[in-house]
Design a protein around this ligand. Sequence first.
Ligand code: ADP
Length: 364
Amino acid sequence: KPDANGAVVKTSANAEKTEEEEKEDRAAQSLLNKLIRSNLVDNTNQVEVLQRDPNSPLYSVKSFEELRLKPQLLQGVYAMGFNRPSKIQENALPLMLAEPPQNLIAQSQSGTGKTAAFVLAMLSQVEPTNKYPQCLCLSPTYELALQTGKVIEQMGKFYPALKLAYAVRGNKCESSQRSVFRHCIWLLYFVSFDLARIYYVLCSSRDEKFQALCNLYGAITIAQAMIFCHTRKTASWLAAELSKEGHQVALLSGEMMVEQRAAVIERFREGKEKVLVTTNVCARGIDVEQVSVVINFDIPVDKDGNPDNETYLHRIGRTGRFGKRGLAVNMVDSKHSMNILNRIQEHFNKKIERLDTDDLDEIE
Ligand code: ADP
């Protein structure tokens, strides 16, 4: 409801997220991943090294010349400092540049060159002297649209006649731009998961869960850990309690602005904090490579109270990535949450072992 100043106030009755808000969340996450994944530009030497490592997602044997890019695009690519295509570019570009071009759904980690790949594919299809819209790129957010636009401008700078228009809020489109839609949407979606070795801890209350977590703390701070809670309230409570115990904890919460969230993740990624407490909605899809311990302080359930298998998989999926082994611990505090966990076990047909947090040898 609008308050006296006309601002919209959230009440508990409308606190549940609408589909629209969920979409915005996903869009914000997508942008967050972009904001925190700038290492390829910052360190091109490392890219070169990784591209020669057959186990790296950036590994590539081809050159841009072999991909038969148009000369103007080749110039654009080299002007951006790219020497060789990344793996996703090497695999996707021949399909997207084929005559006729193939529809493609591609999947690869954030920061591995998907944007550059589809921008190259779009630009390859454009004939700038034809004065009509030829490519349409859909983005989940305003900011991402501008970011992709920048890549298009950079890569296409040797096409002097190329025109780029943004159909975003505040921009007036020419009617020709508005009315012509080309069927050229490539869906590039990043999902990566890998089930880690998994435990549960049996407790009888929230306080006991906290105690169990404190017992685990030594073990979890050896690596970097993410702790997931069901609500923002529990997440802030837990972060405050851990801080009171003298632990250095980062809190990632849904009410923060995207930039603030990106800053928290960036600090965490740099290892400034070893533990990140967050809610599932907020951290969904966020990719922090070095996390090797995941704690489900609350077992993930959907809004009807059923096991949220997908969220569970996303959370557990962030441990043990890129060949590293991970640890995932579920905190059970009632018959109900044990039941939920059992259903998750059945769903994935994956046994979850009980862990005794009073027995530190076992934790090690
Ligand atoms: P994604 O869309 O998969 O997240 P991007 O296309 O945004 O990845 O690429 C991530 C970063 O790597 C960008 O800064 C981009 O300029 C750079 N990059 C992309 N392809 C290459 C390449 N072949 N060589 C070097 N850097 C690259």
